[in-house]
Design a protein around this ligand. Structure first.
Ligand code: SF4
Length: 388
């Protein structure tokens, strides 16, 4: 199978073009078609000579994602100041081999990943399914199928921005404000969270290659400090990440502050128990000097007691971590429940009392099969029951 053109960095393309005796400016033209105009075919690259396009076609694939479903409000308003509130949008994509993955577009939320702005965050997937089998998660329910290639990670951003371009055109036509060329609209996504389907650090090399492309000024143009990589606790890969030159943010999907609780809901903890995970996080911090984030899904009767808030606060203080509390989204077929709002608020207050910086997600996406992997699971099972 051919490598996809969007899996290559500028330097790699320059090497390839040099071998083909093509001038360097052709690489700049190609990159502009890919990442500014976000075209979906070789034919659209009209200023590249036809023989070069043919050569590219013979040597590289050019895959795009097919939008199978979208859930959320029908219209995305980029100007929330007008009173229209952005809502979370979930995209279900079909890949070339018919695998399904999800991406989630999250509107600006000052409480989550830093300062307020009109920015949008995209949560992207890194694998089809997941091998890690966290007990509360829909993504791991049908196991792991394969790693995403770098272009499949990059393309999630481009495909959402293409969708937004079309959406903006429709809005602008409806408001008779004159149409703007969608491909030249400012980029929509300026924050990435790598916490969709899959364990990101289990697909380390492809993820890092995709992030080099999404971070580059000629590519996605998303600052490394605006990219948060999440992991369920792969200690060796956290250490490896500490040695990367780019300054990504790191989020630990903790969900339990003692081995007892983590062992119950996250099998990865048996391989890398808290002691080892904390040591890797300390090493990461020693190298990067950056604040960590703990993601903590509150599950009724499992990890939402005030007794759990104590060790969580101790860990957060030790690692200078901020805690994002996320009330559990019910997954069909799983026994877990979301705690009552009062319990959520008490847990938050207990952390704050112990001088921990913490936020509680007071919900976005609750109605749209919001739990990671849930939409994919639902549609995949529906498709299996429909005769071909
Ligand atoms: S929570 Fe993350 S690591 Fe755990 S099963 Fe789900 S996708 Fe995999």
């Amino acid at each position: 199978m051919l490598q996809d053109i969007k899996s290559l960095t500028r330097e790699e393309l320059e090497t390839q073009f040099a071998a083909w005796k093509q001038p360097k400016y052709r690489v700049a033209q190609l990159l502009e078609w890919l990442y500014v105009h976000r075209v979906t075919s070789w034919e659209a690259m009209t200023n590249l000579p036809k023989p070069l396009r043919e050569k590219l076609k013979e040597n590289f694939s050019f895959q795009t994602l097919e939008l199978l479903r979208k859930q959320g409000a029908p219209v995305l308003r980029s100007n929330t100041a007008e009173g229209g509130r952005d809502t979370t949008q979930k995209f279900l994509w079909r890949l070339h081999d018919h695998s399904l993955i999800e991406s989630v577009l999250i509107p600006a939320n000052p409480a989550l990943y830093g300062e307020a702005s009109d920015r949008h965050t995209l949560c992207v997937s890194t694998q089809v399914g997941c091998a890690y089998g966290c007990k509360f998660c829909a993504s791991g329910l049908d196991g792991w199928k394969r790693n995403l290639t770098p272009d499949e990670i990059v393309e999630q951003v481009l495909a959402v921005e293409r969708w937004h371009g079309v959406q903006s055109k429709v809005e602008s036509r409806e408001s008779s404000a004159g149409s703007r060329p969608s491909s030249l609209d400012p980029r929509l996504i300026d924050n990435l969270v790598i916490m969709g389907m899959g364990e990101p650090l289990a697909n380390y090399d492809h993820l890092l290659q995709a992030l080099r492309i999404l971070n580059a000024p000629w590519g996605g143009g998303i600052g490394a400090r605006k990219i948060t990589i999440s992991t369920s606790g792969l200690a060796p890969q956290i250490r490896r990440l500490a040695d990367e030159p780019l300054q990504f943010r790191l989020a630990i999907s903790l969900h339990g502050a003692t081995d007892e609780v983590r062992n119950k809901i996250m099998p990865v903890n048996r391989k890398y128990p808290l002691k080892e995970l904390v040591a890797a996080c300390e090493e990461y911090q020693g190298q990067k000097g950056r604040m960590l984030t703990f993601e903590y899904i509150l599950i009724a009767g499992v990890n939402d007691s005030i007794e759990q808030a104590k060790p969580l606060a101790a860990l957060a203080r030790r690692l200078f971590a901020k805690v994002n509390l996320i009330p559990y989204n019910k997954v069909e077929g799983l026994p877990w429940e979301r705690p009552a709002e009062e319990v959520q608020e008490k847990f938050l207050a207990a952390l704050e009392k112990q001088k921990v910086i913490a936020t509680l997600r007071r919900e976005k996406g609750h109605d749209i099969d919001a739990a990671c992997g849930q939409l994919r699971l639902k549609i995949e099972r529906e498709l299996k029951t429909v005769p071909a």
